[in-house]
Design a protein around this ligand. Sequence first.
Ligand SMILES: [Mg+2]
Length: 454
Amino acid sequence: MPLVKRDVLDPARLNSHDTIAVLSLADRDLGFQFAKASRGYRLSSHGRESTAKRPLCRWSIAPKGAQAELVHCAPEGSLAHDGGVNVQGTLVKITDVTTTVLRQPDVLGIQDATIRHRETGRSALFVHIRTDQGVEGLGLGQPVARGIIEGSLKSVLIEQDPLCHEKLWDDMFWRVRGYGRKGVAFCGISAIDIALWDLKAKIFGVPLYRLLGPYTDRVPIYGSGGWTSFSEAELVREQMGYVERGIPRVKMKVAKDFGKSEREDVRRLAAVRKAVGDDVEIYVDANNGYYAKQAIGMARHLADYGVGWFEEPVLADDIAGLAAIARAIDIPVATGEHEYTKYGFKELIAQGGADIVQPDVGRVGGVTEWMKVAHMAHAFNLPVAPHAVQLVHLHLACCTPNLKVVEYLGVSEEGDRVWYTEFPEPKDGYWSPYPDRPGLGLELNPDAVRKYAV
Ligand SMILES: [Mg+2]
């Protein structure tokens, strides 16, 4: 029974378990009109609050006493629309895996302690997983992984059931065993795994965080940047920008010039503290730039300015050094953005190298592995503060009881405003996913694709 916007639904024409295709869900009023017009039927709260413009939805009707309740919203073409998804079988099959790389050539890059060469250009990779049912998953990642996705991983996925993410993850892991248990191959696996979870949530017709199991739908964020390539004035302006947006937590870089400018690090921190005042939390990130003893010495200065965490004080692979620092200083050591898989995090955490665990969904192995690492941290009673990839971490963070705070990078926001049609905006230092858009709720902007695809 197809409906379009402002159609009036006659309940007399409906039977239990009927499916109604909503061909246009263009504004907030539709749910109310629909509910009112249908009298004996009512929309679930999901439908009533819906502001989704896309995708097209179908509502199926389930009996509820003498009345009926409209439940379920699933994208056109998904299995969920006509009465349920068979998770046992292989009703959905992956038919193709493709990538899009977008590149804005004229954006000046940023620097931190150990980015030695400042580059120009901003780019991003997107993975598209297509199925025989028309539903499509969108993943995101680093352009460097394109070759491995198309050359090595794609063939593992074709003809497979996208709901079997554990099986597919394991197949991809063993496909790259000889050359990629960390690094680029895992950036590729991560991007694909993100697309598989976006696809799975779309098949079930729910936002990703609803599929994973939310602990909350509102998470705290911190404003992140403070690049070493900023002058002191630029640094203060950027950090104050976050505070003025209502975000009472900021992060800045230290270990400028690969740890050779300690006095300048302290001066810059002092300038930021003076500008933001005492009520704003400041985190610092050395991006691997100090040695262990040096970091322990620096921590005394950082403590004078009330620093809330000391991120990647030394080389990410120096777990012994991280553990020694964590034992020696009072400021929590945060690390993990350069670690891969549960196996890597097992060593890092078990050896005491992290007080705050920072998995990156674009490196660690996607949503599948990120959630396992977050649970592992939980078992060790450690907080999680995800690194970058904020539009994906928003969903995962909502499902993490031991979440500390979500990183919100201004440079990522600038890119996201170009790549996507829209995304949810943070407010007063907190952030919520769209409650009514299946999957990640993201769509590539066709104008950006036309202009920047390479
Ligand atoms: Mg960092």
